[in-house]
Design a protein around this ligand. Structure first.
Ligand SMILES: C[S@@+](CC[C@H](N)C(=O)[O-])C[C@H]1O[C@@H](n2cnc3c(N)ncnc32)[C@H](O)[C@@H]1O
Length: 220
């Protein structure tokens, strides 16, 4: 084959490769942007999960543990954060919906420096450097895509204190829950933390959910 033909074939392959990476990047970013927009819009009203009542499993956890530091991933309007703050914990929260973050900041204002609420993405937490005794997530992990989930798990590894706990409430993957959580992901979490409790449930709309408790005790 002559040199110019070789070069043309290489150039075509190169362009196809670059354009496929570019498409992936753009599609991924667009999808993630639209999802974040959807959550932002939900807080113009009162979304059904925003009940102003702390989650009973978290209240149970608080009653059995000494206070420490906690991180709320997808903190919404901060209701669960206030349950920890009232019990003497220091809590940081992160959410991608600006209106939720503003409401959460107002809710936790009375606790001064014990609470910080960040406007950000749970898969992009490089700005956090301190380790936490507890990281919890009520309903955020199941909403993010596989790439975001992978970064999220790396953040848990980096930010969870030795002997710290990680609590997760998530819906299982289904026809109506595109990302959700699946058994393989629970196994992935279990490779770096010990799964000490797994409660299965079905909500009032028939969606299967799981409440997981992990301990970072270095046993696995
Ligand atoms: C089902 S709501 C639960 C809110 C809160 N945990 C509660 O129990 O009221 C899920 C929350 O996760 C937030 N969220 C979704 N994707 C996110 C992301 N990638 N980064 C940060 N927050 C996110 C949403 O804005 C929403 O507030």
């Amino acid at each position: 084959m002559s040199q110019p033909i070789n070069f043309t074939i290489l150039l075509i392959f190169h362009l196809l490769f670059v354009s496929s990476i570019y498409n992936d990047l753009v599609n991924n970013k667009t999808e993630s942007f639209l999802r974040s927009l959807k959550f932002n819009l939900r807080y113009f009203g009162k979304p059904p999960w925003d009940t102003d009542i702390p989650v009973p499993e978290l209240v149970g956890f608080i009653s059995k543990h000494d206070h420490g530091t906690a991180l709320d991933l997808g903190c919404g309007t901060g209701t669960n954060m206030t349950a920890f703050l009232q019990a003497g914990w220091k809590v940081d929260g992160v959410d991608i919906a600006l209106l939720a973050v503003i409401q959460a900041r107002i809710k936790v204002q009375a606790y001064g420096k014990s609470a910080r609420v960040y406007f950000g993405n749970v898969s992009d937490l490089e700005f956090l450097t301190d380790e936490y005794d507890l990281i919890y997530d009520i309903g955020c992990y199941h909403a993010i895509n596989p790439q975001e989930k992978a970064s999220y798990r790396e953040n848990i590894k980096r930010l969870l204190h030795r002997n710290g706990s990680y609590l997760l409430y998530a819906f299982y993957q289904s026809a109506t829950m595109e990302y959700g959580i699946n058994e393989e992901e629970i196994a992935t979490f279990s490779r770096f933390m010990r799964n000490i409790n797994q409660l299965e449930s079905v909500d009032d709309r028939g969606r299967s959910a799981v409440f997981l408790e992990f301990r970072n005790d270095g046993v696995v």
